[in-house]
Design a protein around this ligand. Structure first.
Ligand code: SAH
Length: 367
């Protein structure tokens, strides 16, 4: 790790006790979906439009206390203040890349840590790479996040907090979101979807559904449920191998979700939604980059409405898994394309700050 790299001090992984008020356990407001917040407002005896006001203060104006919600009656402010704490993250570290991307280490109210990345584009887009969990339980062999295990899943508002951090720091509106940070979003499905709806809501963050991408390691139940959601959110699958035994080695926790079942779920996803999805394939030297691996990928993609993103692996210190050469990436790209499979090499972003950490995939969204 270079100087200034983000460390994850163990001492910060403590869980503070939730605040109690009058003996009643508080509900941090950011744990709620839009629907749940509307229900709380109703239960408090307030008209429905108050829920819209509260949501707007929290997720549009990003306030940290009910007392700032000046269009709410004072009694309602006091009532909510008493039992719905509003937690804000703290930026504990920030690194800026030569290419303009910025990586933040955020500490949440209980000390859990997450990383977030801001990725500006020359065409004016500002993409945020959002984490869905602090840490990750999937233990993929090539991923640094997996090495430390899972701390906890994030609640909906903690996804949105990450967007606000980037928006405020760049002083620009966020146009795109990729849920490609730490964690497995489909292992935290309900909170992820609740967060996506807050991002997408026209009166809240107003980010178009097609500009919001969720990346999964391939949890089939999540893919099936996602296909039934009404919004046109974009799906990406971290494939990394089209041979079962290679994938089992690289992504051991996925062994119970075989490639053939994954493929069936993806066929059904496209039948239901009519939408294309992408595969992420990080080329790793002597792991998943042989001609045999390439042919397996070609066979796997044939007949699927997919785009293959070939990714240069971020080197992780102490890992025996190394990136394949850039010539190898180009070879794979041209071979896939010559077989009629849409493929591109995804430009690595923030490679210098990624090198200091190796935890996040610094990638540009291609939609
Ligand atoms: N759990 C989700 C999302 C988080 S990981 C998923 O697996 O898709 C985001 C992406 O970064 C995934 O495609 C993941 O495979 C990739 N990734 C992990 N470690 C990497 C590394 N060292 N180099 C490049 N990409 C990596």
């Amino acid at each position: 790790m270079g100087t200034g790299s983000i460390r994850h001090p163990q001492s910060m992984f403590h869980v503070k006790h939730p605040r109690r008020y009058n003996g009643v356990m508080d509900t941090p407001i950011k744990t709620l979906s839009i629907q749940q917040l509307e229900d709380c407002v109703k239960n408090a005896g307030l008209p429905k439009f108050r829920a819209g006001q509260i949501l707007s203060w929290i997720y549009h104006k990003n306030v940290s206390s009910f007392q700032e919600m000046t269009n709410l009656p004072q009694a309602a402010r006091d009532q909510f203040d008493a039992s719905f704490p509003i937690y804000m993250p703290t930026i504990v570290d920030k690194q800026t890349s030569f290419d303009g991307s910025r990586k933040y280490l955020l500490e949440l109210n209980d000390g859990a840590l997450v990383e977030t990345v801001g990725l500006p584009s020359p065409d004016g887009r500002l993409t945020v790479c959002v984490s869905s969990q602090s840490g990750c339980a999937m233990a993929c062999a090539f991923c640094a996040t997996g090495k430390a295990g899972l701390t906890r899943s994030l609640v909906p508002g903690e996804f949105i907090d990450q967007i606000h951090v980037v928006q405020d720091d760049y002083d620009e509106r966020v146009t795109n979101v990729v849920v490609m940070g730490q964690g497995e979003p489909f292992a935290n499905y309900d909170a992820t979807l609740a967060a996506l709806r807050i991002m997408n809501h026209p009166k809240l963050l107003n980010i178009g559904a097609r500009h919001i991408t969720v990346s999964t390691c391939g949890l089939i139940k999540g893919i099936n449920t996602f296909a039934d959601e009404p919004e046109q959110f974009t799906l990406a699958i971290s494939l990394h191998a089209a041979h079962q035994e290679v994938r089992d080695k690289l992504m051991p926790r996925l062994a119970s979700q075989p490639l053939k079942d994954l493929r069936r779920a993806l066929v059904s996803y496209t039948e239901k939604t009519g939408r294309r999805f992408s595969f992420e394939y990080a080329l790793m030297k002597n792991q998943n980059d042989s001609e045999d691996d390439l042919n397996a990928l070609i066979a796997y993609c044939r007949g699927l409405l997919c785009h293959v993103n070939l990714i240069p692996l971020n080197n992780i210190d102490d890992s025996p898994i190394k990136p394949a050469s850039s010539n190898q990436l180009k070879h794979w790209e041209s071979q896939l394309q010559s077989k009629g499979i849409a493929a591109s090499i995804r430009a690595s972003r923030g490679s210098d700050i990624a090198a200091a950490c190796g935890q996040l995939a610094y990638k540009r969204q291609n939609n």
